[in-house]
Design a protein around this ligand. Structure first.
Ligand code: PNS
Length: 159
């Protein structure tokens, strides 16, 4: 059984994340999309809201499971009997942080391998941070996120 963890803040999930999930689920028997608690990042969406949005977008796919984790990613991976961690790599700008994290995770736990997947080129510029900024300033985010995420963002900013 090849099982991989796709960890992240998913604050909120974007079309870029969905693209990575689609690619990953063809490579692994099971993909666990794992939402980090990440309280120090002060997310816009609560953990429950982020889990809900993921559940409604990718949670119904056969070999995809949504989970949450607190603490070290590699420990969660071991607990779930996953030997791969997946990360999306969009551009060179992602590389430094991702490289550092992958090597640190390898130092912490040599049995968990980090695998990078490149989303479609059209998502190269896409990030949850920019989507939130556009939504906050009243811009249209419907091309960047699933429709239920767009309406959740609308509710956050328009009340
Ligand atoms: O979507 P993000 O915010 O880029 O995801 C970052 C995430 C959640 C993957 C990273 O912060 C993480 O792995 N956090 C768990 C704590 C941990 O294991 N830290 C050590 C990393 S070397």
């Amino acid at each position: 059984m090849k099982r991989a963890i796709y960890p992240g803040s998913f604050d909120p999930v974007t079309n870029g994340h969905l693209d990575v999930v689609e690619r990953a689920r063809k490579l692994f028997d099971e993909v666990i999309v794992a939402v980090a608690h990440n309280d120090e990042k002060q997310p816009l969406f609560s953990l429950k809201e982020r889990l809900n949005l993921l559940q409604q977008t990718v949670g119904k796919i056969d070999n995809v499971r949504i989970a949450q984790f607190d603490g070290l990613l590699v420990e969660f991976a071991l607990q779930q009997k996953a030997n791969a961690v997946l990360r999306g790599l969009r551009a060179v700008s992602d590389f430094e942080f991702e490289f550092q994290m992958a090597l640190m995770n390898r130092k912490l736990e040599g049995n968990v391998e980090t695998i990078f997947l490149m989303p479609k080129e059209e998502y190269t510029y896409l990030s949850s941070r920019l989507v939130k900024e556009i939504a906050r300033l009243g811009g249209d985010v419907s091309k960047f996120v699933p429709s239920l995420v767009a309406s959740a963002l609308g509710k956050k900013f328009k009340g």
